[in-house]
Design a protein around this ligand. Structure first.
Ligand SMILES: [Zn+2]
Length: 133
C-alpha cells in the first residue's frame, strides 16, 4: 500500500506535504469514522427534537431544514471519502475523476479526499450556482 504515488513525482521529494498511500488511507479512514460518528449521533437527536418541547412551527421547520442540509453534506463527504479510498485501491488516486489530470500535491494535502482537479472543481461550483438560480 505504501508509496504507490506522489513519492515518484520529482521535485516534491523534499516537500513535507507528500504522503504515502498508507498514510492517505489512514487519514481517509479516520475522517470516515469521524463523519460516520457524527451522522449516527445526529439520528437520535433528530427524534428527540420532535417529541420534545414544541416550538414555533416556523423555526422548527427551519431547524429541520438546516439539519437535513448538514446531514446531506455529511453523507456527501462520506461518499467522497469512500470514492477516494476506491481510487487509492485501483491506483487512480491523485488524478481528476473528471478530466484525468493530475491533482496538485498541495491540493491533495489540504484535503486528501478531493476527486477533482482545481479546474473541474471550479466548473462544478459554477454549475451548482446555476442550478440553484
Ligand atoms: Zn479535472
Amino acid at each position: 500500500m505504501d508509496g504507490i504515488l506522489l513519492q515518484t513525482v520529482e521535485g516534491l521529494g523534499d516537500a513535507p506535504l507528500v504522503r504515502t498511500g498508507g498514510e492517505i488511507w489512514e487519514w481517509l479512514q479516520g475522517e470516515k469514522e469521524e463523519v460516520a460518528h457524527e451522522l449516527l449521533w445526529e439520528g437520535p437527536l433528530c427524534q428527540a427534537g420532535v417529541s420534545g418541547v414544541q416550538e414555533a412551527e416556523a423555526s422548527e421547520e427551519n431547524e429541520r431544514e438546516i439539519e437535513w442540509r448538514h446531514r446531506g453534506r455529511l453523507e456527501a463527504r462520506l461518499r467522497e471519502i469512500n470514492d477516494a479510498q476506491d481510487r487509492l485501491l485501483d491506483g487512480a488516486y491523485g488524478r481528476c475523476a473528471d478530466c484525468g489530470a493530475e491533482i496538485g500535491g498541495k491540493r491533495l494535502a489540504a484535503d486528501p479526499a478531493v476527486s477533482l482537479c482545481i479546474t473541474c472543481q471550479r466548473n462544478t461550483e459554477v454549475d451548482a450556482v446555476c442550478c440553484t438560480m
